[in-house]
Design a protein around this ligand. Sequence first.
Ligand SMILES: [Zn+2]
Length: 227
Amino acid sequence: MSIIAFLYGTVLASFITLCADRIPKHVSILYPRSRCDNCQVQLRYWQLIPIFGYLFQLGHCKNCHHHISPISTCVELIIGLIALHAPLNHPLQLICFILFYGFLLFISLTDLSHQFFYSTGLLGLLPGIFIFESAKRWEWQLGCVMITTLLFLLLLAHLTNGLGSGDIELILIFEILLGFEQTMWIICISSLLALFTILLTRHQSRIPFVPFLSLGFLIVTQIFYYM
Ligand SMILES: [Zn+2]
């Protein structure tokens, strides 16, 4: 059962990666079939197999030997591992689980590859209310949301264009779902990850923060919920 959940997770991740690449460019998600970014040759079916397609090609296009970014394969692996925790015996929760992680991945990838944030994609995160236990303590959550909002407004007043509006909306949703303490951990971990990335890649321009927030969210939820 675990293997099937993992495989479904990798296929879903592969499909959402394609959606996040094509939808901002107004290209159909059904046609044409995927191509190599460099030589534009249509990929064969075995090259499209999540994770293994990359491994079989040893990270290089079979046709032009151009280096293939490992990001998609990493995403497939991460979502495959998350799918191991899918509530398979509860159909409603399972739908919420797929919607939540699907949309989280979508908004992260569009921010990463197009620096474009789909605010409407945040609506897809609301089914998370049915997944995370702490989301049910509304009185406590309301207080936390207000405090965190205030803290962020103060923080923003001191930073110059450090965060985009999408980042703040996403943080507030994490706040509603997980509460104050875990959201603070998410901000801390994602900021550190972003800082390391800037130092390692010597990135000069604005880096998309939504993917780092999502990564921080995954790390914190894995620690608090499943360990
Ligand atoms: Zn190629």
